[in-house]
Design a protein around this ligand. Structure first.
Ligand code: NAP
Ligand code: ZN
Length: 353
């Protein structure tokens, strides 16, 4: 077994704190990764605090993992020691159901094994990327083509990047489409960058007037302050597609009214409490749709990483030390992140001694 230090929540109300545990010894298909950086997703906070009522404790969050390969099993051909590698939200799936066969492991009919709070091979709780080392089956490890000095800013692509890339692709966003992005946080800022790079006309909806200039810098053609009724009314009936990344319950009707006929609003934000039910009339009169989308498959995650490498796209990050994680969660709750916290994992060793 490989001794590993991580940061864990022991229950829903305690701050995260150092936690020692063991990773399995690598099997023939396993890749051992020394974690250099891990992004901080709002899902980590939801999970650590049991906001989705399914947390297994101790909980070591983290599913935006980048690092260096330190060992590979005998059957691994895609990675060698010294390679940069990434791990996202999944570490296994059944690999034979119709969804897995189509490369949509996130919709595995047996349920995929989540990087943390999943059920590992011996049905033990999985521990995520707020840790020094991880051992992952090679089929779930991603290749990174960005320069090594960009690696910290690549980490958020493994969840925030793919969770926005996948629905933008699935709903055919490109030149000639008018796209709205709701919420400028970790997911939202990636959605703005990606939709802009795909050639769409992008409008950002934010509750934070202070994010206007950033929205434009990141690629939005227009920024709308969603609390301003006149600004919202001016956008009615204009959008082909809206990607809603908001992490809290809010009135969906405010955005449904902005869709064209046959337009779709896809929800990726996963608040702990339900949104107020939308007005059916906002759907039936223009045949509008509300949809949902979950992360993305492994092949599509690789496609997204390559797309970002080709277009010079990384996340805008604030690098933090491991011990700053609890303060970072509080700032995330206030929408005060520009635009993703990423942990420098080297500080895990120095901070927790
Ligand atoms: P985040 O960085 O905290 O960003 C969320 C943004 O939503 C905030 O920056 C804020 O943007 C806006 N917002 C927050 N509270 C709001 C409120 N009460 N009313 C209106 N807007 C509000 O979070 P994230 O990491 O991007 O994650 C967003 C959500 O997606 C979380 O619920 C997370 O669990 C979920 N998620 C889902 C998937 C999936 O596969 N579907 C994957 C990853 C994450 P403004 O300041 O611009 O308004
Ligand atoms: Zn995430």
């Amino acid at each position: 077994m490989i001794k590993t230090r991580g940061y864990a929540a022991q229950d829903a109300s305690s701050p995260l704190a150092p936690f020692d545990f063991e990773r399995r010894d690598p099997g023939p298909q396993d890749v051992v990764i020394q974690i250099l950086n891990c992004g901080v997703c709002h899902s980590d906070l939801h999970q650590a605090r049991n906001e989705w009522s399914n947390t297994l404790y101790p909980s070591v969050p983290g599913h935006e993992i980048v690092g260096r390969v330190t060992a590979v099993g005998g059957e691994v051909t895609r990675f060698k020691v010294g390679d940069l590698a990434g791990v996202g939200c999944m570490v296994d799936s059944c690999q034979h159901c119709p969804s897995c066969a189509e490369g949509l492991e996130q919709y595995c009919e047996q349920g995929f094994v989540a990087t943390y709070n999943g059920r590992g091979p011996g049905s033990e709780n999985t521990y995520g990327g707020y840790s020094q080392t991880i051992v992952v089956k090679d089929a779930f490890v991603l290749k990174i083509r960005h320069d090594a000095d960009q690696i910290a800013a690549v980490a958020p692509l493994l969840c925030a990047g793919i969770t926005t890339y996948s629905p933008l692709r699935h709903w055919g966003v490109g030149p000639g489409t008018r796209v709205g992005v709701v919420g400028l946080g970790g997911l939202g800022h990636m959605a703005v960058k990606l939709a802009h790079a795909m050639g769409a006309e992008v409008t950002l909806f934010t509750t934070s007037p202070g994010k206007q200039a950033d929205g434009q810098r990141l690629g939005a053609d227009t920024v709308v302050i969603s609390k301003d009724k006149a600004q919202m009314d001016a956008q009615r009936g204009r959008f082909d597609f809206i990607l809603n990344t908001v992490a809290a319950p809010h009135r969906l009707d405010d955005y449904l009214q902005l869709l064209k006929r046959d337009g779709t609003m896809t929800l990726v934000g996963a608040p702990a409490e339900p949104h107020p039910a939308p007005q059916v009339f906002n759907l039936i009169f223009r045949r509008r749709q509300i949809a949902g989308s979950l992360i993305g498959g492994i092949q599509e995650t690789q496609e997204m990483l390559d797309f970002c490498a080709d277009h010079g796209i990384v996340s805008d990050i604030e690098l933090i030390s491991m011990k700053e994680i609890n303060a970072a969660y509080e700032r995330m709750l206030k929408g005060d992140v520009k635009y993703r916290f990423v942990i420098d994992m080297a500080t895990l060793t120095t901070d927790s001694q």
